[in-house]
Design a binder for this molecule. Structure first.
Ligand code: KIV
Length: 274
């Protein structure tokens, strides 16, 4: 099976094909989503909230991102794997950003990194790309700036901030980003950004006109426990299914229905499971 690479993702925009992206944080989910045919797997720092129960993505460290990236890349044969650079791993200086992004590729095994921010991240983006580290940008709602933004809110709602976001997108493309995530912005703003760029935009809560879409898998497949944003479509209720299965197991054990004969080793019979 051919591994998807950065030029394949860019070509999809040129050919008018949508890019599909989902988050994954572990081996088994990565394997399932890869086998389903998703184009990009994002080891998102959303793992801090979704998997580890933090209220924001800010406590996520580089070590955590490397650990989860290793698990995801071991499960993937086709998808392009991108890892989020966590808070403070790229904001302090360009050289720290290069070292930390390099570690995500070298130890985590990912093919690209994602960083949040527009013009302020132009130098970091340019340098990473110069040294051979592909960069996905991220504009609109920036979860690592949640305190500055006053919460997880829709961005670029007025004319000035929409124009600023358009400029930021242009700057990131010029700096060498190979695609840009647009999070929680009005659909018409995402449409303008998408039509002015030659690299793909990947939307989350940014309407239908982006070149691709991304969702947090745990939200889309019904495994999240907390608040689910209204832009998420629920494709499965795995949490409910899992709870039902666990309840059945518990009552089977309590009633003595499990294990039954078929789940026991029988020394007189030949078994393959020994
Ligand atoms: O961390 C994440 O999951 C993300 C997506 C919301 C795009 O950045």
């Amino acid at each position: 099976m051919k591994h998807l690479r950065i030029p394949d993702v860019i070509k999809k925009k040129q050919q008018g094909e949508k890019v599909t992206m989902l988050t994954a944080y572990d081996f088994i989910l990565a394997k399932i989503l890869d086998e389903a045919g998703v184009d990009i797997l994002l080891v998102g720092d959303s793992l801090g909230m979704v998997l580890l129960g933090y209220e924001t993505t800010l406590p996520v460290t580089l070590e955590m991102m490397i650990h989860h990236s290793q698990a995801v890349t071991r499960g993937v044969q086709r998808a392009l794997v991108v890892a989020d650079m966590p808070f403070l791993s790229y904001q302090v200086s360009v050289s720290e950003a290069v070292r930390n992004a390099g570690l995500l590729l070298q130890e985590g095994g990912v093919a690209a990194v994602k960083i949040e921010g527009g013009r302020i991240m132009a130098d970091v983006t340019r340098r990473l790309v110069e040294v051979g580290i592909p960069v996905m940008g991220h504009l609109g709602l920036l979860p690592q700036s949640v305190h500055q933004l006053g919460g997880f809110r829709v961005q670029a709602r007025d004319q000035d901030s929409a124009e600023r976001l358009l400029e930021d997108a242009q700057i990131l493309e010029e700096a060498g980003a190979f695609s840009i995530v647009l999070e929680s912005i009005p659909a018409d703003v995402a449409q303008r950004v998408t039509s002015q760029l030659s690299i793909p935009t990947i939307g989350i809560g940014a309407g239908p006109h982006c070149d691709g879409q991304v969702l947090v898998s745990y939200d889309a497949f019904g495994l999240s426990q907390g608040y689910i944003p209204s832009f998420v479509k629920q494709y499965a209720e795995l949490g409910t299914e899992l709870k039902k299965a666990a309840e059945t197991y518990i009552s089977d054990v309590r009633a003595g229905h499990f294990p039954s004969q078929e789940h026991c080793f029988n020394p007189s019979a030949e078994t393959k499971s020994e």
